[in-house]
Write a protein that binds this ligand. Structure first.
Ligand code: SF4
Length: 152
């Protein structure tokens, strides 16, 4: 089973691959501006519990994180540590982060990264040759910190 977890919504266009961003297209279709950033009602989705105390999101679920934003977006810096705390608590899930902002990786990860975060996979979108040449070396260098890594 896999789900999306969007603790915040909204983004800033960043590179060529953002030109036809589906988040902007979808928001425009309902009269919204995807540049507007806000915490969603699902901010605590992965730690919500049922009446019997069990988590609503079952163990082993694959969780795609921030699919209507970018987890390393600078405007979300003040919310990310809280999100990391929830990810730490749910070590029984498998989180997937896909980012265009891989150069922010080192400043956005928790202090204890590399110790107990094997349930988080970080992927980097390279999108074209220009960005590939810029991002891939950064990614490959940063991936020495990651438990699992991949690029698109
Ligand atoms: S980083 Fe992703 S979500 Fe943000 S504007 Fe670009 S394509 Fe859209």
């Amino acid at each position: 089973m896999s789900i999306e977890w969007n603790p915040w919504h909204g983004c800033t266009k960043y590179s060529e691959g953002c030109e036809n961003c589906y988040v902007y297209r979808r928001d425009e279709s309902i009269g919204k501006n995807a540049h507007d950033l806000y915490k969603t009602r699902d901010f605590d989705l992965v730690i919500r519990r049922n009446r019997d105390g069990s988590y609503k999101v079952p163990s082993d679920t694959e969780v795609y994180l921030c699919m209507t934003s970018d987890f390393f977006l600078d405007r979300a810096d003040s919310w990310r540590n809280e999100a990391w705390d929830m990810i730490r608590e749910r070590y029984d899930l498998r989180f997937v982060v896909i980012t265009k902002r891989i150069e922010r990786f080192a400043e956005c990860i928790p202090l204890d990264w590399g110790n107990g975060w094997r349930h988080v996979t970080v992927m980097c979108t390279v999108e074209n040759q220009v960005q590939c040449d810029i991002r891939l070396p950064i990614y490959l260098y940063q991936s020495t910190y990651t438990a699992q890594s991949s690029y698109l």
